[in-house]
Ligand binder design. Structure first.
Ligand SMILES: *Cc1c(COP(=O)(O)O)cnc(C)c1O
Length: 387
C-alpha cells in the first residue's frame, strides 16, 4: 500500500535513472521522455554540466537566509534582467509561488501609488496558474476550485472573446494575467497581434500586463520568452519549470515601475533563491539563453512540426490539429486522448495530456533529431493501429 495521499492518479511506472532524453524504469525498460517532468528537464536528464554544478556547489554552501547577500542569486538575477525586459527579480521555489507573487507585486504597486482599491486580476477562464488557494481561483476552473471555499479578486474572460475581455475591465482592475501559451489548457497560443492589443489595452486602461511563462518560457518557444517575437513588453513575468532544469526554482521578473512597490518586508521566502538553487539556475541560464541553443530549439521545432503535420494529413480521422510553438507541442485528437497516450507509453514514448483532447509533447530542449525521428515512428505506429 502507498502512504501517499491519493491526489494523483499515478501511472504504474517508476524510474531508476535518466540520461539525456531517456528514462530507464525500475523494470528495465527504456522510455523516450517527451514529458520532461512537464517542461522542467529543459536539458534532459543528468546533464553533465548540471551534475557538476550541483556537486561543486553542494560542497560549498547549500542554504543561507535571505537576510544575507547571496552572490549566486545576484548573478542569476543580473543574467535574467540583461536577457529580458526585466529590471528586477524575486526568487521563489515553484510556478504557483511565482504567479501568486506576481499578483502581490501588481496589487502592491497600485497600493504604493495611492490606489489601494485596484486589486482585481483579470484572467482567462480555465487557464492554469498553479495550485495555491489564490492561483486556483485565478484559473477560474470549476474542477480545480471545487471544495476549496472561495478566494475573491479574480475576474475571467473566455479565450479569444475580446469583447468580454474589454467589458470585464473595471476601475478596480489591477492587471490582466494570461499564459502566453496556455499549457494545461490545451497548448493554445495567444497570437502576436493579440499580445500587442493586450499591451495597448493595458496602457490605455493604465493597468498591468502579467504574462505567465512558467511553462512556455526559458527557451521552450525557441525564444527565451514566448512573448518576445511579438515585441511586447509585459510588466510582470512569473517563471519556474525550465529554469531549474529539474531543481525547484521559481521567480518573478518585473520592470522598475512595479518593483517600486516591493519595499523591505513586503514579500519573502525562506528557500527562495538559496545558493544551491541559484548555482543550478545560473548553469541552466548560461546554456539555454545563448542564440545558438535557441536557434537549435527553433530548428528541432520546425522539423517536428512539419513531420507531425504530415502525420495529420495521413491520419485526418485521428489527428485534428497540430499546434503550439517551439518544443511546446499539442497534438489535438478528434476524440479523448487517454488511450492514445497509453499506447504511446506501451511503445516506450512518454507524452502527457492537456485539455481539449490534446496529447502534449514537451521534449528536452536539446533533443536530437534522431530522437524526434524515433518519436515520429512511434506516433505513426500508434496511429496506424487505430482503425
Ligand atoms: C505549471 C504551471 C504553474 C504552476 O507551477 P508549479 O511549479 O506546479 O506550482 C503556473 N503557471 C503555468 C502556466 C504552469 O504551466
Amino acid at each position: 500500500m502507498s502512504y501517499l495521499a491519493k491526489n494523483y492518479n499515478r501511472k504504474k511506472i517508476a524510474f531508476k535513472y535518466g540520461k539525456g532524453s531517456y528514462l530507464y524504469s525500475t523494470d528495465g525498460k527504456k522510455y523516450l521522455d517527451l514529458i520532461s517532468g512537464i517542461a522542467v528537464n529543459s536539458l534532459g536528464h543528468a546533464h553533465p554540466k548540471l551534475v557538476k554544478t550541483i556537486r561543486d556547489q553542494s560542497k560549498k554552501l547549500w542554504h543561507v537566509s535571505n537576510a544575507f547577500q547571496i552572490p549566486e542569486g545576484e548573478k542569476l538575477a543580473k543574467k535574467l534582467c540583461q536577457k529580458t525586459f526585466a529590471d528586477y527579480v524575486i526568487f521563489q521555489n515553484s510556478g504557483a509561488e511565482a504567479t501568486e507573487a506576481s499578483i502581490k507585486v501588481a496589487r502592491r504597486y497600485f497600493y504604493s501609488i495611492g490606489k489601494p482599491n485596484k486589486t482585481r486580476i483579470l484572467c482567462i477562464k480555465n487557464s492554469f496558474h498553479g495550485r495555491t488557494l489564490a492561483t486556483i481561483f485565478a484559473s477560474g476552473s470549476k474542477k480545480m476550485t471545487e471544495g476549496f471555499g472561495y478566494v475573491g479578486g479574480f475576474d475571467h474572460f473566455i479565450f479569444g472573446d475580446h469583447k468580454s475581455l474589454k467589458k470585464k475591465i473595471t476601475k478596480n482592475t489591477a492587471a490582466i494575467m494570461v499564459e502566453t501559451v496556455l499549457g494545461e489548457g490545451g497548448i493554445k497560443v495567444i497570437p502576436d497581434w493579440c499580445l500587442k492589443e493586450l499591451r495597448k489595452l493595458c496602457d490605455k486602461k493604465k493597468i498591468l500586463l502579467i504574462l505567465d511563462e512558467v511553462q512556455c518560457g526559458i527557451g521552450r518557444s525557441g525564444n527565451f520568452f514566448a512573448f518576445e517575437k511579438s515585441k511586447v513588453k509585459p510588466d510582470i513575468v512569473p517563471i519556474a519549470k525550465g529554469i531549474g532544469g529539474g531543481f525547484p526554482i521559481g521567480a518573478v521578473l518585473m520592470n522598475k515601475k512595479v518593483a517600486s512597490g516591493m519595499t523591505p518586508g513586503t514579500h519573502g521566502s525562506t528557500f527562495g533563491g538559496n545558493p544551491l538553487a541559484m548555482a543550478v539556475g545560473n548553469t541552466v541560464m548560461d546554456i539555454v539563453s545563448t542564440k545558438k541553443f535557441l536557434n537549435n530549439v527553433k530548428k528541432s521545432s520546425k522539423y517536428f512540426f512539419s513531420k507531425l503535420n504530415k502525420l495529420k494529413e495521413k491520419y485526418p480521422s485521428i489527428i485534428k490539429e497540430v499546434r503550439g510553438t517551439g518544443l511546446l507541442i499539442g497534438i489535438q485528437l478528434h476524440t479523448d486522448q487517454t488511450k492514445f497516450i497509453k499506447k504511446l507509453m506501451d511503445n516506450k514514448l512518454l507524452a502527457i495530456r492537456a485539455a481539449e483532447n490534446v496529447v502534449r509533447i514537451l521534449p528536452p530542449l536539446n533533443i536530437k533529431i534522431k530522437e524526434i525521428d524515433l518519436a515520429l515512428k512511434i506516433i505513426n505506429k500508434v496511429c496506424s493501429k487505430i482503425k
